[in-house]
Ligand binder design. Structure first.
Ligand SMILES: N[C@@H](CCC(=O)N[C@@H](CS)C(=O)NCC(=O)O)C(=O)O
Length: 228
């Protein structure tokens, strides 16, 4: 029996990368777009109830309910016959692909998330507390977040000078996964054309894919991530 794969897409969220991958693979799926809570900008309660984690993205496929971007993307790739978005184990690109596939979510996204949490919490503080907490947040950013993020971005610059895609010579799932990090990073000014010319050129190349236009149209929002 074939089941129907459904993407529960939360606007302005990491689920955009799953939507984009589905459009790239051109496999059948149903899309349900959810809006964020207008006051808190968090996922609404009905979205949180979809999976045990309460986060976006979530897919359902028959009895299956699956959260976590990279788990979902691997599941979809396993189900897509003939897809070429994961270099084979014997490919010379395999380890580069594995590195960026895991680094995007394991190392880069937590740093970007910390940065966003700092910005939001700082903005929500009572006015008189902002200068003190602002100094603390700036210190954390300079000591911990920026150096690590800069090292990752330098490595991305170096790798993209040797081969065109994050997974090496061919477009791969790693590109669709890390696209959210880099496009959101560029929108927030973490990535810029002067310091990161290769990442900037790669973003333009990714956005020129026909699947990006299709995903953007289905998403219906002016940007991929929330701006703070
Ligand atoms: N590592 C998780 C992160 C999931 C996550 O934090 N998603 C955010 C959207 S970008 C979310 O659900 N935010 C809404 C909320 O927490 O209420 C993944 O990639 O699926």
């Amino acid at each position: 029996m074939t089941t129907k794969l459904t993407l529960h897409h939360l606007e302005y969220s990491q689920s955009f990368r799953v939507l984009w991958l589905l459009e790239e693979l051109a496999i059948p799926y149903e899309l349900i777009v959810h809006s964020r809570d207008e006051k808190t900008m968090a996922a609404p309660d009905e979205y949180k109830a979809l999976s045990p984690l309460g986060t976006a993205p979530v897919i359902t496929d028959g009895e299956l309910i699956l959260a976590e971007s990279s788990a979902i993307m691997d599941y979809i790739l396993d189900k897509a016959p003939g897809q070429t978005l994961r270099p084979e184990p014997e490919s010379p690109d395999r380890t580069r692909y594995l590195f960026w596939w895991h680094a995007a979510q394991g190392s880069m996204m937590p740093l970007q998330l910390m940065n966003v949490v700092h910005t939001i919490s700082h903005k929500r503080l009572p006015f008189f507390m902002r200068p003190f907490i602002g100094l603390y947040v700036k210190g954390l950013d300079e000591l911990f977040i920026r150096p690590r993020l800069n090292r990752m971005l330098s490595l991305a610059e170096e790798d993209l000078s040797c081969a065109p895609w994050f997974g090496g010579e061919r477009l791969s799932a790693a590109d669709f996964l890390i696209a959210f990090n880099l496009i959101a990073g560029a929108e927030r000014g973490v990535i810029d054309a002067t310091q990161h010319p290769n990442c900037t050129a790669w973003i333009a190349k990714m956005k020129a894919l026909p699947s990006f236009a299709k995903a953007t149209e289905k998403d219906g929002r002016p940007s991929m991530a929330l701006s703070y």
